[in-house]
Design a binder for this molecule. Structure first.
Ligand SMILES: *Cc1c(COP(=O)(O)O)cnc(C)c1O
Length: 383
């Protein structure tokens, strides 16, 4: 019998110094959360206008060095808005990875567009530029106007939407080159990668658009929330406008110049975000320590700890290991969860879900390999 799962349980219990249930990723509120929330309620500005929304956007903008940051009700709404502003419409196609959380693909679906699933790179577990290039070379063409089209159907391919899996940055330079070559928009799903840097630049600032998420299980949380990052100032202005019902500013008249969204983050949530941002650096430092601990634990085993790619600095949002095979993965999940240490398999690949079963896809060898072996480990940033 393989003893590793039992040893892992003991190791995680020592790491978090508790005999109680250990979740995968719990939020921590050790700063000004209560004070800012109380201030919000006292001010009565609990909804989508208020000082904390502006402050939170500013803090994210300064931390990421993004040109513009627009707070939204959640990460999916930020992705939906980004795709809409990238002119993704019904019938269009968007290149993404099959190994992702469903929100990436839901955002594409909500615009009436369809995903194209391309394989992941084995070092980042995010979209592989080489696989994307190969797929485009065979299946795509540039029309006389220079627009990228799917050769067999003529459908427009509009964007490449990579996801920084568990916080590990994808190869952005290579994807940007492909976007130039094929006239596509790069949109980063950076929902998991607040605090992750690609060659020194914060993830989400290289694409024309990016989405962050502040859901309860993310690096920092606002309860529910997201942020749309824009590389261009004009996109940022447009994004703020369209996420606030596209209302033209006026003291009392209601005039809306396009069909907008009601996607702005309430001040109540942003208050939480401001308090969480004050603790971001210490949470990231803790996450790195936890990752280092896991890395040394697994060094002597045949379970492979997932490290940040050479070119990147990861936030280690969710620590992960690659098990030798499906059987050892299942045994690990069984043993740890039965003993109150939460572990989780990676998401089932998107093309296995009924709503994306008929989507176009390339060879998914690495995705299928990872799907059968990846396990996420407890990663709350408190030790
Ligand atoms: C969390 C997450 C999102 C967005 O989630 P919301 O719950 O809508 O904030 C999007 N993509 C990925 C990969 C995620 O992990």
């Amino acid at each position: 019998m393989n003893k590793m799962p039992t040893q892992l349980v003991k190791f995680v219990r020592d790491l978090y110094a508790t005999q109680e249930f250990i979740p995968l990723h719990a939020p921590t509120f050790a700063g000004n959360e209560q004070a800012y929330l109380a201030e919000t309620i006292t001010s009565t500005f609990v909804s989508s206008v208020g000082k904390f929304v502006d402050e939170f956007e500013q803090k994210i903008q300064i931390f990421t060095q993004a040109n513009r940051a627009i707070a939204t009700v959640n990460g999916t709404a930020a992705l939906h808005t980004a795709l809409h502003l990238a002119d993704v419409k019904a019938g269009d196609l968007v290149i993404t990875q099959a190994l992702t959380f469903v929100a990436t693909c839901n955002a594409i679906h909500h615009l009436g567009a369809k995903p194209i699933f391309i394989d992941i790179a084995p070092d980042s577990f995010g979209l592989c530029p080489q696989a994307t290039a190969s797929w485009l070379a065979v299946h795509a063409m540039l029309d006389t106007d220079g627009n990228c089209r799917h050769k067999p159907t003529g459908a427009a391919i509009k964007a490449i939407l990579p996801m920084h899996t568990f916080g590990h940055p994808v190869q952005l330079d290579e994807l940007l080159t492909l976007c130039q070559e094929w006239n596509l928009t790069l949109i980063e799903d950076a929902a998991e990668s607040l605090g992750s840097f690609y060659k020194g630049q914060h993830t989400g600032t290289l694409g024309r658009f990016a989405a962050l998420s502040f859901n309860g299980n993310k690096v920092i949380t606002t309860g529910g929330g997201g942020m749309l990052l824009c590389r261009e100032v004009a996109d940022g202005i447009r994004a703020k406008h369209i996420t606030t019902t596209a209302k033209a500013p006026h003291a009392y008249e209601f005039y809306h110049d396009e069909a907008g969204f009601n996607y702005r983050m309430p001040n109540l949530n942003a208050a939480l975000g401001c308090a969480q941002m004050e603790q971001l650096e210490s949470m990231l430092a803790n996450k790195r320590k936890i990752a280092e601990n896991y890395q040394s634990f697994f060094a002597a085993t045949d379970y492979q700890f997932v490290k940040e790619p050479d070119y990147a600095h990861s936030n280690y949002w969710l620590n992960a290991i690659v098990c030798p095979d499906l059987a050892s993965r299942n045994q690990l999940l069984e043993t740890t969860n039965a003993q109150g240490v939460m572990t989780r398999p990676v998401w089932q690949l998107m093309h296995r879900l009924p709503m994306f079963a008929d989507a176009l896809r390339g060879d998914l060898t690495h995705s299928e390999w990872a799907e059968a072996r990846l396990v996420n480990l407890p990663s709350s940033p408190v030790i």
